[in-house]
Design a protein around this ligand. Structure first.
Ligand code: B12
Length: 328
């Protein structure tokens, strides 16, 4: 077989030269997931459990799945100033992974030149189940897929292809967590249960959902978008971070800047990042919650500066936040 026509070599060479991990799996339906999806009814999808478990409903002649992982394990190690700053999950800093992964998957599909469709995050299937089926890693207690080499801080993308490929075989002795429960104990909302993620208590979810109770505000703490706590503490992610010295405003935006942001500024700063998908107002709401959690004079002054916001709901939240300083 000529090298450029050998699908294994194509996938291997492409992923290696683009710092991606990959693995291959079969494309039978994920039958065992049906019950769990019906019971847990996970958010952000209107599809039925049946539609989320069967690759052949997406590509009728599907034979194999090629799964890739894009690491986002980076850490800001530059200096801080005296401004009031919030945190963005490191995976949402920089180009939106949906864009990056889709570009890679599209390139691989072009090179393979066969019937295929690709997805990352927004596809019908359960990406973590796909990654496990393909032996890209195993689920940890925090439910993230952990790869023995790069840890869990990677995004997942996959290609459904009509090519019949040999599944990746890995030794099955990788037991990622053993007796470790660091993530369970570190989760601020206690969201990590034995068999399921209580997503309504997951800080990542809280920063993305429109409906919040005041009891959720404390859990959000200083998060503007997403949450890395259950992965940051995981031993598999230690000493593998890409250490970043620049970009303080990207990793830790100033709360005042977020509240002052025009639509144009939002588009420039966030539209092409994973933190932008729910719009400007959601980030501004989170910035107000962060300020209410910080409770110092500087935070109070920023809230007072913005108290005449023209949007009724934002104005009300700012008033509540200012009032909450009396109860500290
Ligand atoms: C909705 C969603 C969320 C929701 C809810 C998550 C949930 N588990 O319910 C919220 C907003 C909370 C969220 C948060 C995060 N998410 Co999210 N999320 C999704 C999304 C879009 C759907 C997930 C879903 O419906 N899950 C349903 C539950 C039931 O399954 P699961 O936990 O995903 O997978 C498990 C089951 O399939 C189980 N399983 C498989 N077979 C069987 C069979 C049986 C019988 C049983 C019991 C279980 C079982 O094993 C899997 C691994 O644990 C996926 C993308 C996708 N389309 O899949 C991304 C995805 C899971 N998220 C991802 C990421 C990165 C995150 C965050 C880290 C983001 C952040 N920094 O803030 C956090 C992590 C929170 C956590 N600890 O899980 C990545 C995970 C990558 C990885 N290496 O694991 C994904 C895959 C996106 C991607 N393409 O990269 N997310």
């Amino acid at each position: 077989m000529r090298e450029e026509k050998n699908p294994y070599k194509i996938i291997e060479n492409y992923t290696k030269s683009n710092n991606l991990i990959y693995a291959i799996g079969s494309a039978e339906p994920f039958y065992t997931l049906k019950d769990i999806l019906e019971k847990t009814n996970p958010p952000f999808s209107s599809l039925s459990a049946c539609q989320r478990i069967d690759p052949s409903l997406i590509l009728p002649n599907v034979k194999s799945i090629i799964c890739i992982g894009l690491s986002y394990n980076k850490k800001y190690i530059g200096s801080f100033d005296n401004e009031i700053r919030a945190n963005i999950s490191v995976g949402a800093v920089g180009e939106d992974y949906h864009i990056t992964i889709s570009r890679h998957l599209s390139n691989i599909c072009k090179l393979l030149d066969t019937d295929s469709v690709y997805f990352s995050d927004t596809g019908p299937l359960i990406d973590r189940a796909v990654a496990q089926r393909c032996s890209l890693g195993k689920a940890g207690k925090n439910f993230s897929i952990i790869n023995p080499k790069i840890g869990s801080m990677f995004f997942i993308g996959y290609i459904l292809t009509s090519l019949k490929l040999k599944p990746t075989v890995r030794k099955d002795d990788f037991d990622p967590c053993k007796g470790c429960e660091l993530c369970i104990n570190a989760c601020p909302g206690g969201a990590i249960k034995k068999d399921y993620l209580d997503y309504k208590k997951c800080v990542s979810f809280l920063t993305q959902t429109k409906q919040l109770n005041q009891s959720d505000y404390k859990l959000i703490n200083k998060q503007l978008y997403g949450c890395d706590i259950c992965q940051r503490i995981c031993p598999h992610n230690q000493k593998k971070e890409l250490l970043i010295k620049d970009g303080l405003d990207e990793f830790h935006p100033k709360a005042d800047d977020i509240l002052s942001m025009t639509n144009k500024e939002f588009n420039i700063r966030f539209k092409n990042t994973a933190a932008g998908w729910k719009g400007k107002k959601l980030l501004q709401r989170n910035a107000i919650i962060v300020l209410s959690n910080i409770k110092n004079d500087k935070a109070l002054n920023i809230l007072i500066k913005h108290k005449n916001d023209k949007r009724e709901d934002i104005k009300e939240l700012i008033e509540w936040a200012i009032g909450s300083f009396d109860k500290k």
